[in-house]
Design a protein around this ligand. Structure first.
Ligand SMILES: [Zn+2]
Length: 307
């Protein structure tokens, strides 16, 4: 059923959840039988939103539950876990962390007692070893002391691909080369044709580049060709989009950055002028554009400068 339902979370211990979202309800949408997604808000992290700004979802199989991105903070993860428990008592055996960015992973701490496999790209561990504590401190500066949650390291690495059986339901994980980051992981649920993209797919909210624009375009081509995928869950944006049609805006944005930055490099106008000029036609098409676009252009300029 493709219905939207609100799961009311009872018994929240507010003293243990200092940054709990103001809303006591947690909106889930069932985008395919047994697949539920919570849409992140198109905002920067704040006390008010408990860093619930990225999409988080889970798949209920015949024997177990798999979480794909456990939320952006301990409180967000606790709400996600409570939403799962409102629907099923099956054990939560896998918590997949799509990549190292804080809004996708800091809810993992809420699942420690379930003792799941914490699954990540083979480069997720090194990324969190290098930056996890920094991310945690920065998030606590916004949410308040103790509110971020611990840095949870992956216990299962995906080097290329890996399959899990959730009980009559197979899912396939794929580790990608440098794109949005150097540790992007996607998941395909074969039964429903649903592709969880993490931040390899942004819809509506301006993309953030922390890897390689050329690599991202290549990975996007591979994802668009993914066998059997008919819908996708973006890292940011609606709970689902048709696939591969839902990649069109992201692809246009990234290609525009490449084309216009190459012109800026050729004309030797310098990074500051490039930031003002490149991708100006994309302004007004994305939320949070002013917060990320300039950084993206700077990064693309540095990547393409020496081509
Ligand atoms: Zn990200």
């Amino acid at each position: 059923m493709l219905d939207r339902r609100h799961v009311l979370i009872g018994g929240l211990c507010l003293c243990c959840l200092p940054a709990v979202s103001r809303a006591a309800s947690f909106a889930l949408r069932e985008i395919a039988p047994g697949i539920h997604v919570r849409r992140g808000v198109d905002e920067e992290a704040s006390r008010g939103n408990a860093d619930a700004i990225a999409n988080a979802g889970f798949i209920i199989g015949g024997e177990s539950v798999l979480v794909f991105d456990p939320g952006g903070s301990l409180a967000d993860g606790a709400q996600l876990r409570a939403a799962i428990r409102a629907l099923t008592d099956l054990p939560i055996r896998h918590v997949v962390m799509s990549h190292a960015h804080p809004d996708h992973i800091f809810g993992a701490g809420a699942f420690l007692d379930d003792k799941p496999a914490f699954v990540g790209h083979a480069r997720l561990g090194p990324a969190l070893a290098a930056r996890g504590e920094y991310y945690r401190e920065r998030l606590e500066a916004v949410l308040g002391p103790g509110a971020a949650g611990p840095v949870v390291m992956p216990t299962v690495e995906v080097k290329e691909t890996l399959e899990f059986d959730l009980g009559g339901r197979m899912v396939r994980l794929t580790a990608h080369p440098l794109a949005h980051t150097d540790n992007d992981l996607t998941l395909l649920d074969g039964a429903s044709g649903t592709l969880f993209c993490g931040d390899l797919l942004f819809v509506g909210r301006v993309p953030a580049l922390d890897g390689s624009v050329l690599g991202w375009l290549q990975v996007l081509d591979a994802l668009k060709a993914a066998q059997g995928a008919t819908q996708a869950v973006p890292g940011h944006g609606p709970e689902r989009v048709d696939w591969p049609a839902g990649a069109a805006d992201l692809e246009r944005y990234l290609r525009t950055l490449v084309l216009e930055t190459r012109v800026a490099v050729r004309d030797n106008i310098g990074i500051e002028a490039a930031v003002a000029r490149v991708g100006a036609g994309e302004r007004g098409r994305w939320t949070l554009f002013e917060d990320y676009h300039g950084r993206n252009v700077t990064q693309v300029y540095k990547e393409l400068e020496w081509e």
